[in-house]
Design a protein. Structure first.
Length: 395
């Protein structure tokens, strides 16, 4: 108990020393002393003049009205009383103008920090984070919202160093509810300000907010994914690469999905060169006008796990108009490194460690989100699978 009291006493004196070193402390003390002195003068001289101030409470009330409200409740009769009253009035006017100015400046500063992305997000969870910036970013946002109808604008958090461009974007009513965190998305402190530990998904795009080379862009992407995974193992991370050279590094970092822009561009150019119209088909499939057309991923009823693909195909054929055409399966869907973390936790509770480790090894060998198109009818549907559909736009 004695140590606790000493600790509190030391903190008190430390705080007192800090206050005594601050010039504004002496200014506040001088103002308080002046107000108290003028109140005493009013009481001493006006109780004898018949002005209505007869008790200490009357003089205190007179001071409160003069200082806080800026007018006189009683009319002072004596010269010294009037001088004290005017002093109280002027002191209150300037003192509270100063306080109001500081409060206003505080709110303005808070708003500026919010606009410039310098504040730490609060009360955010299950949000979608987009790291990086490049020209045409508004189109990326529109596509994200179209592909994820369950995500509202206020659930999206941007992390980048393009503050001016983000402010311009947020000036439009469509994007005004976006959250913005300014800073380097490879930096741990910046990610923590964006509440990365409570986020649900992250998209890391090739950052062109500055004059980076392609090598620097991909290096920053890999570093960002490594940092993100270190801060939140259960996060679903999608990253874009300019070159396939860094693909293996992202796989080692347990990145859930990797987008290789150069490969897609080369493939699209190659198919277009055949003159068969493949590029139009691909464009239609991956850029449906809404979230209900194009290539769609859907859940498989639990009762079909362990059954054949032929049985699922027959079932989905009856729902074709509703779901679309079943074209394959997406195996091992979901966040596999999150499952590994859960398995490790389970290993601490389960005495049969060898079985848990064996399961972990099997999970490690699986390729997350592996698509199988048009498998044989006898193919057995494993757990953690989803169905791949193609659906046209409703007329």
């Amino acid at each position: 108990m004695g140590k606790k009291k000493d600790g509190k006493r030391n903190r008190f004196f430390h705080l007192l020393r800090i206050l005594l070193k601050t010039p504004s402390t002496y200014a506040y003390l001088a103002i308080i002393l002046l107000i108290v002195s003028m109140t005493i003068i009013v009481y001493n001289v006006e109780t004898k003049t018949g002005s209505g101030i007869e008790t200490k409470f009357d003089s205190f009330y007179f001071m409160c009205v003069a200082v806080f409200a800026g007018y006189f409740e009683y009319v002072c009769e004596s010269l010294s009383g009037r001088a004290a009253a005017i002093t109280l009035l002027i002191t209150g006017t300037f003192f509270f103008s100063y306080i109001r100015g500081n409060i206003t400046a505080l709110f303005v500063d808070i708003q500026e920090k919010k606009d410039k992305g310098l504040e730490t997000l609060k009360d955010m969870s299950g949000h979608f984070i987009i790291c990086g910036w490049r020209p045409g970013f508004d189109k990326i946002l529109k596509t994200v919202l179209k592909s994820n109808p369950e995500i509202s604008m206020d659930m999206i958090v941007l992390i980048n160093e393009a503050a001016e461009q983000v402010q311009l974007l947020k000036s439009h009513d469509t994007y005004k509810d976006l959250h913005f965190v300014a800073g380097d998305f490879t930096d741990e402190s910046t990610l923590k300000r964006a509440k990365i530990q409570d986020a649900e998904r992250v998209l890391v795009i090739s950052d062109k907010s500055k004059d980076y080379s392609d090598l620097e862009i991909d290096s920053r992407t890999v570093l960002a994914v490594l940092t993100i995974e270190n801060l939140n193992h259960g996060l679903y991370v999608v990253a874009e690469l300019m070159s396939p050279k860094f693909e293996k590094h992202l796989k080692m970092a347990h990145c859930d999905e990797i987008i290789l822009m150069q490969d897609y561009e080369k493939s699209l150019l190659a198919t277009a060169s055949s003159g068969q119209g493949y590029s139009h088909v691909i464009s239609t499939l991956i850029s449906g006008n809404d979230a209900t057309s194009g290539i769609l991923i859907g859940d498989i009823p639990e009762s079909f796990v362990g059954k054949t693909y032929g049985e699922l195909k027959a079932y989905e054929e009856e729902r074709r108009e509703e779901q679309g055409l079943l074209i394959g399966l997406l195996l091992n869907s979901g966040n596999f490194h999150h499952r590994r973390t859960e398995a490790l936790r389970e290993a601490q509770k389960n005495p049969d460690i060898s079985k848990i480790i064996d399961n972990l090894q099997k999970v490690k060998l699986l390729k997350s989100n592996e698509p199988i198109l048009a498998p044989s009818s006898s193919y057995i549907i494993p757990s953690h699978s989803k169905a791949i559909f193609v659906r046209g736009k409703a007329n």
